[in-house]
Design a protein. Structure first.
Length: 324
């Protein structure tokens, strides 16, 4: 299969590394600037932190996608706020099958902008974290996989088979989900409260208070309730049940948040990305606020956390030049 990974940040590089393990794949990575030059000269170097392993892959790179370039599968690994700039380029390309990877608050809008049949566009989320350094990528994960599906409907059998073929023989778990627009919105409902606390404590989650940690989970519950009011078909068993006060699942979530904030896990999986992706987090925040404007749901914990961080202009001035 001829596969393009469009974007060479943490997610795209880790994905390209995995796809290259299937020797039947011909993988191309779209990268730009000094990072592209580094990959072309020295290879794609990834330090897997938890596995104490460094790998080097030789991968073909491009820096532009022409309309006539044709791939069997295109993975778009861009931050959500960058998509409006690249969607016209992707829409003009002759490739048929696209997977948009990452935090996307409006999968339906992306599907509409691509002007393709719904069974040719998928959305996914890869469970890896990390950061990009000048000479390598640092990746943090236990096992690597992707939750993937259509914007609001299951993927066709043809699309699933294409994905299975791409990862044939690779240690990479594909988990299919029927409504990724809902899944991604609910994921953002949990991510943003963590981000607000990251910014309030200058990226050091070990400084978070008991009250802030409790408010993270309360705010996620409030946001899920808001999403329901906005017409999003929230899967309670996978979301609100984990945040609802007084339940067994809530206790599990409270423990997870505690360990995330009090161990290096929080830095690796949350604060590193939050502090290096201010623009993306602001984009997600504005998308949630736009949805909220159409409801009357009270979000007290959410608002308290949001007010506790510096404003977005201040965050951009302090950290906006950082890159993932």
């Amino acid at each position: 299969m001829r596969i393009l990974v469009y974007g060479a940040g943490v997610q795209g590089c880790e994905l390209a590394h995995r796809l290259l393990q299937n020797k039947k794949n011909v993988v191309t990575l779209l990268a730009r600037g000094e990072w592209k030059e580094r990959i072309d000269q020295k290879g794609l170097v990834i330090r897997s932190m938890l596995q104490f392993r460094t790998t080097t892959d030789r991968v073909a790179t491009i820096d532009t996608l022409a309309p006539d370039d044709c791939y069997d599968l295109v993975f778009v690994a861009m931050q959500a706020g960058q998509l409006p700039q690249v969607l016209p380029i992707l829409k003009q390309n002759k490739s048929e099958y696209f997977v948009f990877l990452g935090n996307d608050p409006d999968a339906v809008g992306v599907l509409r902008a691509m002007q393709r049949p719904a069974d040719k566009i998928a959305f996914g989320f890869q469970n890896t974290a990390g950061r990009r350094e000048p000479d390598r990528l640092v990746s943090v994960h236990t096992s690597v996989g992707m939750t993937v599906g259509g914007a609001t409907a299951p993927l066709s059998g043809v699309f699933r088979q294409r994905l299975q073929s791409a990862f044939d023989g690779v240690k990479y778990k594909l988990t299919y989900y029927d409504d990724m627009d809902e899944w991604l919105k609910c994921h953002i409902a949990f991510i943003l409260p963590i981000v607000y606390v990251c910014y309030a404590v200058n990226g050091d989650l070990t400084r978070s208070t008991v009250e802030q940690r409790k408010a993270i989970v309360d705010a996620a519950w409030e946001c899920c309730e808001m999403l329901k009011a906005a017409g999003v078909p929230v899967n309670d068993a996978e979301n609100t049940d984990y945040y609802r006060e007084g339940t067994k699942k809530r206790k599990q979530t409270d423990r997870m948040v505690y360990w995330m904030c009090q161990t290096p896990i929080g830095k690796w999986c949350a604060s590193d990305h939050a502090m290096h992706a201010i623009g993306e987090m602001q984009y997600l925040d504005e998308a949630i606020e736009a949805l909220r404007a159409n409801t009357q749901v009270s979000m007290t914990a959410w608002d308290d956390l949001r007010r506790g961080m510096p404003n977005w202009k201040t965050m951009q001035l302090r950290y906006g030049k950082r890159k993932e």
